[in-house]
Design a protein around this ligand. Sequence first.
Ligand code: HEM
Length: 130
Amino acid sequence: MDLQLTVKIVHMISVTLLIAVVIARGFTLFIGVQGNQPNPVARKLFVAGQHLAMTLIILTGLTSLVIKNFAVQPWFYAKVILFLVLFSSLLKAYKKDDRILLVQRRAGFTIAVVALVAIIGLVLIKPNFG
Ligand code: HEM
């Protein structure tokens, strides 16, 4: 199997892991919350899964870029910006800081889901911007 395909498969498996963690961890903002903090159940597992998925996505994404000699379509830039939105809103949603209200955490989670769905839409449709 060639390197490009292998890297792409790892990229997509990591994306699947991220989707699963984002959905599962989202429940901790609605069920069994403790004050402004999410439900602590399986926190370590979620943190580990999210870190693993994000790290693998970035590493395999950058590797794909190098393999393709940075020859990307315009929609790729939209994907990177949406990825940054996803990243920062997940940080906001789960930061261990009691000053962040539950409603702000839920807003962060909602933005993260919208960004994730938009990224998936982009890679499926691959829009041609002129
Ligand atoms: C949650 C975020 C992400 C999702 C859902 C995602 C999803 C995907 C999918 C499904 C593909 C295969 C598309 C196809 O060829 O039909 C792909 C390819 C690719 N992704 Fe991502 N990706 C994400 C983040 C990133 C990031 C952060 C980077 C860059 C650092 C990146 C760089 C790439 C590159 C360069 C390819 C093209 C690979 C190739 O054509 O061989 N991705 N991505």
